[in-house]
Design a protein around this ligand. Structure first.
Ligand code: LLP
Length: 430
């Protein structure tokens, strides 16, 4: 999972991690841009020779900054956004709006208006309230908008329950079982300003097996066929969401995107053949699998606390403020010393963050070579849902973000300052 240079130092995008830490400071998010391109290309490659039209719509919630949107556009990706903020980021990136899908279970009137005003390619309608809002807005303007219906397919993915989404008891999408999805289809078809492209579903995240996706493809094709018979509507697109798992530690054995795609395509072709439907386009929305493994968090080691016969804590200058995942999902990560990531471990330590909370532990029981205060520690595979879920807990500024590629490093998000943090505060008493 790590690359080193001739000095044995960790490299990211062919840049020495120690130099990056010295030049840009820590904590620092560094992305190996070549790795991200590689992930996008793997998805494209998987569809080659399938004869299927497709789109790889990067779920920008995983890491939504201008620079990544620009890389995704270069790599012929589409983009999935879930808020005015992510939408404006895409606009600032110069991302083609026709290739943007707008998601969310509670889009506001203002957000929907922003999407329409900027000619966002597709709005993925999640619920009846949103459908009403959209109808209201469209009544005041001419023209059509492309929409999809988000379906809750009643399929549970085997993953942490906080990141399961496809099951019946979910806040997302129109439920199939109770007939809500069918009712939504009827309503959308009533408004000629809504151009229904097809159906969307997303079953969860960090999924390591194909079974959930196979079941999803079957279910969606069955639904499409039933509704074709009943309503003479045939979807042009089926969007199966994202959720493809990645390797956080040596204990994870994710499947290549190729394996997921091949299975979905084979299932789709087989299922479609038994219906009167023609083969639809497949859209996928990978987030984590595009940016996760290409991201590294660099920290500087500080305090050390040895509790004899219990545990040794090493504290770093970041933690749950820049990576909430261990605290929130009991997520496991792996860490290395940037100066000698391949050196033999000499001790087992627990990497603690700097935040005032006992749960602020980044890595439990990490074997490491011996280290000193001032050494740089890298936590691996932090590229997804790290920076994008960062907070200012304890009024600690968020890290800077650097993109590294072919030995060149570029600052793409500035480090927040304490002045940024107090900028919005107002006096209560004069
Ligand atoms: N499409 C939809 C509709 C989604 O809701 C999501 C993720 C994705 C695509 C992308 O899923 P991915 O390929 O990244 O797994 N914060 C959690 C993950 C939340 C996922 C939310 N939805 C985490 O850190 O694990």
């Amino acid at each position: 999972m790590v690359n080193v240079n001739s000095q044995g130092h960790l490299t990211i995008g062919d840049c020495d991690a120690l130099t990056l830490a010295a030049d840009f400071g820590t904590p620092l998010y560094v992305y190996d841009v070549g790795q991200i391109r590689q992930q996008m290309r793997q998805f494209h490659h998987a569809f080659k020779n399938t004869g299927i039209k497709y789109a790889i719509s990067y779920a920008s919630k995983a890491f939504a900054i201008r620079a990544i949107d620009q890389v995704i556009a270069q790599e012929h990706g589409h983009l999935d956004v879930v808020s005015a903020g992510e939408l404006l980021t895409a606009l600032q990136a110069g991302f083609p709006m026709a290739d943007v899908s707008f998601h969310g279970n509670n889009k506001s009137l203002a957000e929907l208006k922003l999407a329409l005003d900027n000619h966002v390619g597709t709005i993925i309608i999640d619920n009846f309230y949103e459908l009403d809002l959209l109808n209201q807005l469209l009544a005041k303007q001419a023209g059509q908008v492309n929409v999809m219906l988000r379906i809750a397919p009643g399929i549970s993915a085997h993953t942490h329950r906080y990141i399961q989404t496809g099951q019946v008891d979910s806040k997302f999408g129109f439920d199939v079982q109770s007939g809500q999805a069918e009712r939504a289809l009827q309503l959308v078809r009533k408004n000629p300003q809504l151009n229904l492209l097809g159906y969307h579903a997303h079953i969860g995240s960090q999924i390591m097996a194909v079974a959930g996706f196979t079941a999803l493809v079957k279910k969606m094709v069955q639904l499409a066929a039933t509704w074709q018979n009943k309503y003479h509507y045939e979807p042009q697109v089926l969007n199966f969401g994202g959720g493809f798992g990645i390797k956080y530690t040596d204990a994870d054995h994710p499947l290549d995107p190729q394996v997921f795609v091949q299975d979905m395509v084979a299932t789709l072709k087989k299922e479609i053949a038994a219906t009167k439907l023609s083969v639809p386009e497949i859209w996928l929305e990978p987030g984590r699998s595009i940016v996760g493994q290409g991201g590294y968090s660099l920290y500087t080691i500080g305090a050390r606390k040895e509790i004899p016969h219990v545990r040794t804590y090493i504290s770093v200058d970041g933690g749950m403020g820049d990576n909430i995942r261990p605290a929130l999902y009991q997520a496991d990560y792996q860490a290395v010393l940037a100066q000698n990531p391949l050196a033999a471990p000499q001790e087992t330590v627990t990497i603690a963050g700097r935040y005032c909370e006992s749960g602020d532990v980044l890595v439990k029981d990490q074997p490491l070579p011996s280290s000193n205060p001032g050494d740089v520690l890298a936590v691996l595979a932090t590229g997804a849902y790290g920076y994008s879920m960062a907070s200012n807990y304890n009024r600690v500024p968020r890290p800077a973000v650097v993109f590294a590629e072919n030995g060149k490093a570029k600052l793409v998000v500035k480090r927040e300052t304490t002045a940024d943090l107090t900028r919005l505060d107002l006096n209560y008493l004069k």
